[in-house]
Design a protein around this ligand. Structure first.
Ligand SMILES: *Cc1c(COP(=O)(O)O)cnc(C)c1O
Length: 429
């Protein structure tokens, strides 16, 4: 049987870095990535036959756990009917109706194949619909790898950003303004200087690409006010949070805290595909009608609304919409985070964690960070030791301190107890 080391060496010969998405390479934590052979429920098995309790869930999509029977059945049926037609299908309408039924701010939705594609298309649509060029994003939020969004903050406040990747010409990001997350003052200054030119503000409402950082209510309230006042579209990137932190996404969480709150556009991915390549962006009919073939903003995709992917997404949404689903998922996630907090406290290790629905984060730090710089200043050595300690004990956490974690409906009380037991030992490593 192949070992992880042998597979990694072989992979590196033919795939850059041995992986098809960089964080899988374990560069942040060191060591050899596990090559996964199969998964079922809350567990995954690697090439060496070792079992792991999976808290990544394919980075969010596997909210029901792996191989949920209703999803497997729906996908198997769809596969037997054909892989792809390049023509409209009834299932696309059903999925669009399901999304719209769960997310009141979305009146129309376009299906695509990845979160990157959805974010990139939402951005183009926001610019096309407003006739403006500038956009605001926040340091530490990830919206996929479209050129205009691979940007870090410039040298000073309210200056435009620098590319975070080679191959992105500075001219391409000259319209992207990068601000500190949860910083109301910077937001006000940016709108005061550029308000009439800002097409949209794109934000992860609960940021999962810097571990787990919530937008504060004052920040979100002011963000909504400034967008409305200046005619900029507020775009919620809910690729991670959508159908994951609550049935109605993070926007339903903020709507409970801020009366009448809604974003103008939303971007979805991950859970809506249930593990298949599927994503979406949506908003009001007025905005969405700017898209081709109705309007001047071009967007298209050979595999968009793929019949197998939509079957998988629909079956997944159907399960999570059942009464009590999120109550039960939230209770498990809360038990995990509270348990970890207790274990760390018993070990005298500075620690704090947070969660919403089936998404969680934790930090080796005494208080919850509010922005990217604070996340990156948390104890990295302690995190890396803990990550490997857990992995060696059969618990698969995200391999970087800036990634969120995910609990699925398939995680049992026993899984959580085993995880806490592993943590008790791992904190002594
Ligand atoms: C994962 C993610 C994306 C990118 O989605 P892909 O399907 O990986 O292209 C965009 N935004 C957020 C918030 C994400 O978590």
């Amino acid at each position: 049987m192949s070992t992880n080391d042998a597979l990694f060496a072989r992979a590196q010969q033919v795939i850059p870095g041995g992986v098809n998405s960089p964080v899988r390479a374990f560069r942040a934590v060191g060591g050899t990535p596990r090559f996964i052979q199969r998964a079922q429920g809350s567990a995954m098995w690697d090439a060496e036959g070792r079992r792991y309790i999976d808290y990544i869930g394919s980075w969010g999509p596997m909210i029901l756990g792996h191989g949920h029977p209703a999803v497997v059945e729906a996908v198997s049926r769809a596969v037997s009917e054909g892989f792809s037609f390049g023509a409209p299908t009834e299932r696309e309408i059903e999925l669009a109706e399901a999304i719209i039924g769960l997310v009141p701010s979305v009146e129309q939705v376009r299906l695509v194949s990845s979160g990157t594609e959805a974010g990139m298309s939402a951005l183009r649509l926001a610019r096309g619909a407003t006739g403006r060029s500038k956009i605001i994003k926040f340091e530490g939020c990830y919206h996929g790898h479209a050129d205009a969004l691979l940007v870090k903050a410039g040298s000073g406040l309210a200056t435009f950003g620098h590319p975070t990747s080679a191959g992105v010409p500075p001219e391409v990001v000259q319209h992207t303004l990068v601000l500190e997350y949860n910083h109301v003052g910077q937001l006000e200054e940016a709108f005061a200087s550029h308000g009439k030119d800002i097409a949209c503000v794109m934000v992860e409402p609960i940021a999962g690409n810097m571990n787990f950082v919530r937008s504060s209510v004052p920040f979100m309230t002011r963000l909504r006010e400034l967008c409305t006042q200046h005619g900029a579209l507020l775009v919620f990137d809910e690729v991670m949070t959508g159908f994951r932190v609550a049935l109605g996404g993070a926007q339903s969480v903020y709507a409970r805290l801020i009366p009448g709150f809604q974003p103008d556009m939303s971007v979805f991915g991950k859970v809506i595909g249930g593990g298949m390549p599927l994503a979406a962006f949506g908003g009001s009919k007025a905005v969405m009608s700017q898209l081709a073939p109705l309007g001047p903003v071009y967007q298209a995709g050979t595999l968009s609304g793929n019949p197998v992917a939509t079957a998988c997404g629909l079956a997944t949404l159907k399960e999570i919409a059942k009464p009590g689903f999120f109550e039960s998922l939230s209770a498990k996630t809360t038990a995990l985070v509270q348990g970890l907090t207790q274990v760390a406290q018993d070990a005298g290790v500075p620690f704090c964690g947070d969660s919403q629905g089936g998404m969680f984060g934790f930090f080796f730090h005494p208080t919850l960070p509010q922005n990217y710089a604070t996340v990156m200043a948390t104890d990295k050595d302690r995190f890396n030791r803990f990550f490997h300690g857990m992995l060696n004990r059969g618990v698969y956490l995200a391999p970087a301190l800036y990634e969120a974690g995910f609990v699925s409906a398939a995680h049992s009380d026993e899984d959580i107890a085993l995880t806490l037991d592993a943590a008790r030992h791992a904190l002594r490593d």
